[in-house]
Write a protein that binds this ligand. Structure first.
Ligand SMILES: Nc1ncnc2c1ncn2[C@@H]1O[C@H](COP(=O)(O)OP(=O)(O)OP(=O)(O)O)[C@@H](O)[C@H]1O
Ligand SMILES: [Mg+2]
Length: 313
């Protein structure tokens, strides 16, 4: 289990809503930092809860150092500002919208940019992928659907950027001629924006290579032993295979411990054991880790540290 922390550079925690993604990501980050690994915990979930989990306010614009964990920093990505910057780049490339309209008529699907919020989150992720300051970057992701869109994005974005750049090259002269003719002066730094687009495309290509590399990257699916969560895990894993994202590890969280004298707990225990059997059959070639349901909420540094020891020792 320690290999996960020592060998990888990027760990993504994902799964259905409420299964324990944030808790596992945070506990892992503390454990790694305690081992002396310079670690960054990044929340890409718009409904951030890393601050609540760590019991410390984490910023969105720059890294916040986590109290009492000397090698850990965290950030909750603030997508609003970045969405604005992204829209500005897109607008500068096609200020009148004429280009999009014209080409959109030829192929209505070819020009629509990928979903702005996921694109922006991805662009922000690129920054961490290339930041040499951190030896390990741990991503606490949003529930499955949102995260899959995010991870499918390099492919979509790359295609879109490629088309956009190609068109700008072909039609750039024509567009600027048109703008001069129309007396358009308010198109500042168009070349700069074009350079940014090219730069972005390069970064996206680099990111794809890193994220698909199993020696660097791993996605950890967090689930709980109930049928609906198992189905969602299955969908998640299939989708990750499709985008060639390395996944070998499943954390089965909140497993009901056996308890005599509590008929309700006993019934839940039996049910969880049955579902665990299914999980083991389905994922015999995965590393599975069971985590019990604790009687308390797992938040704050000390409880998360205890959980980390349980996960990786
Ligand atoms: N093994 C466990 N035993 C007891 N409580 C747990 C356990 N794992 C997580 N919790 C608690 O369950 C709640 C949900 O956990 P968490 O926020 O980590 O889930 P999540 O998957 O990140 O949720 P979301 O989809 O909303 O982001 C938290 O209050 C957390 O403390
Ligand atoms: Mg969460």
């Amino acid at each position: 289990m320690n290999n996960l922390i020592f060998d990888k550079h990027f760990l993504f925690f994902g799964g259905k809503g409420g299964v324990g993604k944030t808790t596992m990501a945070t506990a892992t980050a503390i454990y790694a930092a305690d081992l002396g690994i310079q670690t960054l915990l990044v929340s890409t979930d718009p409904a951030h809860s890393v601050s609540d989990s760590l019991d410390q306010q984490i910023g969105g614009d720059s890294y916040t150092h986590v109290n009492n964990v000397s090698k850990l920093s965290a950030i909750e990505l603030n997508t609003d500002e970045a969405i604005k910057n992204y829209s500005d780049i897109v607008k500068t490339q096609d200020p009148t919208g004429a280009l999009s309209d014209f080409l959109g008529e030829l192929d209505p699907t070819s020009l629509s940019p990928p979903g702005a919020d996921e694109t922006v989150a991805f662009i922000q992720i690129l920054e961490f992928i290339q930041n040499p300051e951190f030896e390990l970057v741990i991503f606490d992701t949003a529930p499955t659907g949102h995260t899959l869109k995010l991870l499918q994005l390099p492919e979509i974005t790359e295609g879109w950027l490629f088309r956009m750049i190609k068109m700008r090259r072909k039609l750039g002269g024509m567009m600027s001629g048109l703008k001069t003719f129309l007396g358009g002066t308010g198109i500042p730094s168009e070349d700069e924006a074009f350079d940014k687009l090219e730069e972005l495309k390069e970064q996206v290509e680099i990111a794809r290579v890193h994220l698909a590399n199993p020696t660097e990257t791993e996605f950890i699916a967090v689930t709980i032993p109930n049928i609906m969560a198992i189905w969602e895990t299955e969908r998640l894993i299939r989708a990750l295979y499709e985008v060639q994202f390395p996944i070998n590890q499943i954390f089965v969280n909140q497993v009901q411990p056996e308890s005599s004298g509590c008929p309700y707990c006993h019934t839940r225990f039996n049910n969880h054991q049955e579902n665990l059997k299914k999980i083991k059959e389905l994922y015999s070639d995965f590393n599975l880790k069971e985590i019990p349901l604790f009687e308390f909420e797992v938040r704050g540094i000390q409880k998360l540290r205890d959980l980390g020891n349980l996960l990786y020792k």
